[in-house]
Design a protein around this ligand. Structure first.
Ligand SMILES: C[S@@+](CC[C@H](N)C(=O)[O-])C[C@H]1O[C@@H](n2cnc3c(N)ncnc32)[C@H](O)[C@@H]1O
Length: 230
């Protein structure tokens, strides 16, 4: 292990080999970065083909007003720099992550009445996403009649494998998947843990109910239980 000191939007300034990382993780830093596209481009450059960016951060349900964005206290509380979730999805796609996957999320309550007043009607979520660096992912979940079977072999996960919020795959059961999900399992470090059925030779239209769409559960500003950052 070695420790490097740098800025998340300037990863190219560090002594790191491009296309050499299986997984890059981050918790509650991107909202603080002044250049979020540079973060996503820098991470993608460092990931191996099939690698993933697995990270938690804070998102807003709307584009925040300048008064909120420039408020130093709200910024320090990881609220003022939060991206509007749909802008995040757009930036991720522009950086080459065609199919961002939401893993889990929870609403963030603001308990301080003065801060709540300053953010106005905006609501916030903490959320974990995974972004795979996989060439050829499509912009929508397409159905090619494919399926996978989880072998139950990921250490500490003998009964199920959770790819994201929409894919909780029970061990031993045939699980139909869209083309993108098939690639996320087949073209990554997860491949040895699955049996794969089908290919891309025949298309059946859009895959119903795949996890490419947003997003967070309703109820922002309520409960604060659950996982994810901050
Ligand atoms: C909310 S804390 C999260 C810390 C840690 N990841 C955790 O989960 O406990 C945010 C951290 O990001 C650091 N930070 C802020 N802006 C940054 C940037 N542009 N690049 C890298 N780190 C940054 C801060 O110094 C702080 O340590």
């Amino acid at each position: 292990m070695r420790f490097l000191h740098g800025y998340i939007e300037q990863l190219e300034a560090l002594d790191l080999e491009p296309a050499s990382f299986d997984v890059i993780v981050s918790n509650c830093v991107i909202n603080l970065s002044p250049d979020k596209p540079a973060v996503l481009h820098g991470v993608r450059r460092l990931l191996k083909p099939g690698g993933e960016f697995y990270f938690s951060d804070v998102y807003a349900d709307r584009r925040l007003a300048d008064t909120v964005r420039s408020d130093p206290v709200l910024y320090g509380e990881c609220l003022g720099g939060a991206l509007y979730w749909n802008d995040f999805l757009r930036l991720a796609r522009e950086a080459g992550f065609a199919d961002p996957r939401l893993v889990e999320d929870r609403p963030l309550a603001i308990h301080d009445p003065a801060l709540a007043e300053r953010v106005g009607n905006a609501r916030f979520h903490s959320a974990t996403f995974r972004l795979f660096r996989i060439e050829g992912l499509e912009s929508a979940c397409e159905d090619y009649g494919q399926a996978v079977i989880y072998r139950g072999t990921v250490p500490h996960h003998p009964h199920r494998f959770v790819l994201d919020k929409h894919h909780d795959i029970a061990t031993g059961k045939v699980f139909p998947v869209c083309g993108n999900t098939w690639r996320m399992l087949h073209d990554t470090r997860f491949a040895p843990h699955f049996q794969f059925m089908g290919d891309f030779s025949r298309h059946y239209g859009l895959f119903e109910g795949c996890g490419s769409r947003m997003p967070f559960d309703a109820g922002a500003g309520g409960a604060t239980t659950g996982a994810a950052c901050c």
